[in-house]
Design a protein around this ligand. Sequence first.
Ligand SMILES: [Zn+2]
Length: 476
Amino acid sequence: MMDVVIGLEVHVQLKTKSKIFCSCPADYTKDIPPNTHICEVCTGQPGSLPVFNKKVLEYGVLLSLATESRISKLIRFERKNYFYPDLPKSYQISQYRAPLSYGGFIELKSGKRIRLQRIHMEEDAGKLVHVAGETFIDFNRAGVPLLEIVTEPDISSPDEAVEFLTLLRETVRYLGISDGDMEEGSLRCDANISLKPEGEDRLGTKVEIKNINSFKFVKRALEFEIKRQTEVLKSGGRVIQETRLFNEAKGTTESMRTKEEAHDYRYFPDPDLVPIEISQELIDRVSEDLVELPLQKYWRFRKEYGLNDERASILKSDYYMAEFFERTVKFVGNPEKVANWMTVEITGILRNVGKELKETPLTPENFSSLLKLLFEGKISRPAAKSVLKRALEIGEDPIQLIENEGLLQSRGDLSPLIEEILRSHADQVKDYCNGRKKIISFFIGQAMKITRGKADPVELKKIFEEKLKDACKGLD
Ligand SMILES: [Zn+2]
């Protein structure tokens, strides 16, 4: 058996308003026409000078605190030199010898800690756009702020890698510093992987996999690479240190180039940017923005509400959803039932329509009202489901829907109860038929008592009158 050793390098794009070294908007999405959010700084014009965006530092400090990283007292930016068409200056402003923070960790559900070697700030490059055999360049993304998170090689399986990335993504979303969307490129991941004989201390030769842009592909790329390297080693060969690209279509990795060493980049301090001292005051101020983190929430939900692993995992995956759950439970209790409705029904419908919960008119208040009606038997389960579906799909208030469509259970469902009341009070029925019409309020009182005041008395009166009419006919 071989031990698998994986380390990750993750780039998280920060959602600041402006870029890291200029005041251009950091928004570069598809709707923004190419090369409109650019200036002389982010396109690397001679003589232009970078000005550091302090918000980037605050976001970086926040993630450092959330991962219990040690924050450097003095940091500086360095130039990472390499040539590529999407990099207008021919160097990227990054951090090397004095990173923002180091020595943190992210804990997995198993209790295992994946140590973070470092977190540093840097700028993103532009984007090459290939259209019909031609290549264009869009610099809107150049200078968008990134945090690079480098782990120690502590990850020992593709599943652990996915769990780590999931927790990291949830964390940056909880903190509100990034969308963490892998498909959109706001979270990018390179993986280093090597194999070594079980129990051996010395690490094997590592291979870096680039170009992995979904959680599913991280798993597949790593699984493929474990298989490939196992076969190489089994047949007596040796693994070459290189960079490989993940081919999504084939599910394989392909050799791209032999790996650069750090010295190939000729790092040196950027003379245009002064070193930055990080004050305790700044750290204290930023720490006020810390929130309960995903895994803490997960364990609390399990303990406090008795939720199982699956439900607690789904709820903690989204901050809004977790808050929504807790507020709903405050209104209606029944944490397990609420969790079930949220993680099965709501999540299922949202997945189908491609929406997020916060984009719908559903609120903890109206969702609670809906559940209350259901728990009290005032609407049926299918009715509740269909209302929920329409509320989430077409965006209507669920309680309004119930009212508009008259979905509150009435006649049909109250009939058995009313018949039962009449059967067990034969004397009063006789009195009624003999002209004591007022006794109807006695029957309504019985029904109200049994339904604990939840039936509509006007509706009850109507049904009792009908049923009694029939009953009196039978007595004639
Ligand atoms: Zn700019």
